[in-house]
Design a protein around this ligand. Structure first.
Ligand code: SAH
Length: 252
C-alpha cells in the first residue's frame, strides 16, 4: 500500500496522529525535502529507506513506489502541508492507477491554516468576507487568465496567495488593478509554525518593501483583506438573541 501523507506546515507535532503512525510503520519514505521538516523522519524505523524527492523526477518517485509496493513494502509519500494544495499528487496517483497500485491519502494541516494561526486571525469574518480565495501568481507554472489576481481581487474576499514571494511588486500591482485600495491590510507569514516563523503585517502597496526589510524571499504566504483589520460584525451563531437547532435565543 502507498500512502500520501500531509506532513503539516512545519512544526513536528502538527502532523496528524494517523500520519505519524504511517511514518512509524513505513518501509520506504519519499519526502519533499524542500519544505518538509526533516525531524519528522526521526519517526521512521531504523530499517526504513528514505528518499528526498527534491532531486528526483516524477518517474523516479513513482518507480520507487511501484517497486516498493511489488516487494510488499509500506510506502509513504510525505508532502508538505496538505497534499491537495499545490502538492502535484494527481500525476503520481494517475501513474499508480495505470499500474493498478492502491493508495490512500492522509490529510495534513496546510500552511493555509498554519498561517491563520500565526496571525491569530479568522479568515471568514461576518460582514467582512465569507469566502477565502486560495491562489498564486503565475510563475513557471501558468495560471489560467480567468484566474488572474486582479479578477479575484475584485471580490474583496480574503485572499491567501501561495508560491508568489518572489513576485511581490507585481502582486501589489495586480491587487490594486483589481480594485483593492493600496492601504488594504496584508500580511506576509514566513515559515508558519516553524521555530524561525516571521509574521509581517503590512499593506497591499508595501508588500515588496516589507518582505525585503525582513529578508523574506521564499516559503511565505501572503494574505490580504479586511479580516486583518479590526472592524467586523459579531457571529449570529453565538448571538444571545439568535435561535438555532441547539439553542433557543432570548429577547434582551
Ligand atoms: N501543500 C502545501 C503547499 C505546497 S506549495 C500546503 O498545504 O501548505 C509551497 C508553498 O507553500 C511555498 O512556496 C509557500 O508559499 C507555502 N508554504 C509552505 N509551507 C509554508 C509555511 N510553513 N509558512 C508559509 N508558507 C508556506
Amino acid at each position: 500500500m502507498v500512502n500520501f501523507v500531509g506532513a503539516g506546515p512545519g512544526a513536528v507535532d502538527l502532523i496528524t496522529v494517523r500520519g505519524k503512525e504511517l511514518l512509524e510503520n513505513a518501509d520506504i519514505i519519499i519526502y519533499a525535502g524542500s519544505l518538509v521538516n526533516p525531524v519528522l523522519l526521526d519517526y521512521a524505523k531504523e530499517s526504513c529507506e528514505i528518499y528526498n524527492s527534491a532531486t528526483m523526477t516524477l518517474e523516479e518517485v513513482t518507480d520507487v513506489m511501484i517497486e516498493g509496493e511489488r516487494e510488499g513494502k509500506a510506502v509513504v509519500r510525505l508532502h508538505t502541508g496538505d497534499p491537495a494544495i499545490y502538492g502535484a499528487i494527481r500525476e503520481q496517483m494517475d501513474i499508480l492507477d495505470t499500474e493498478n497500485i492502491e493508495y490512500e491519502v492522509c490529510p495534513g494541516v496546510s500552511s493555509l491554516f498554519g498561517t491563520a494561526a500565526a496571525l491569530k486571525a479568522e479568515y471568514t469574518l461576518p460582514d467582512v468576507s465569507q469566502s477565502v480565495i486560495v491562489t498564486r501568481m503565475a510563475g513557471r507554472t501558468p495560471v489560467p487568465d480567468r484566474e488572474s489576481i486582479a479578477s479575484f481581487a475584485a471580490h474583496h474576499a480574503t485572499m491567501v496567495i501561495f508560491l508568489s514571494t518572489g513576485m511581490l511588486e507585481k502582486l501589489s500591482e495586480e491587487l490594486i488593478k483589481g480594485g483593492y485600495e493600496p492601504e488594504t491590510p496584508a500580511a506576509i507569514v514566513y515559515k508558519a509554525t516553524w521555530d524561525d516563523e516571521k509574521v509581517v503585517r503590512t499593506t497591499v502597496k508595501d508588500l515588496a518593501e516589507s518582505a525585503a526589510k525582513n529578508n523574506i524571499t521564499k516559503t511565505a504566504l501572503i494574505t490580504v483583506g479586511g479580516f486583518l483589520s479590526s472592524a467586523y460584525d459579531r457571529s449570529k451563531l453565538y448571538d444571545p438573541t439568535f435561535t438555532h437547532e441547539f439553542r433557543q435565543g432570548k429577547e434582551i
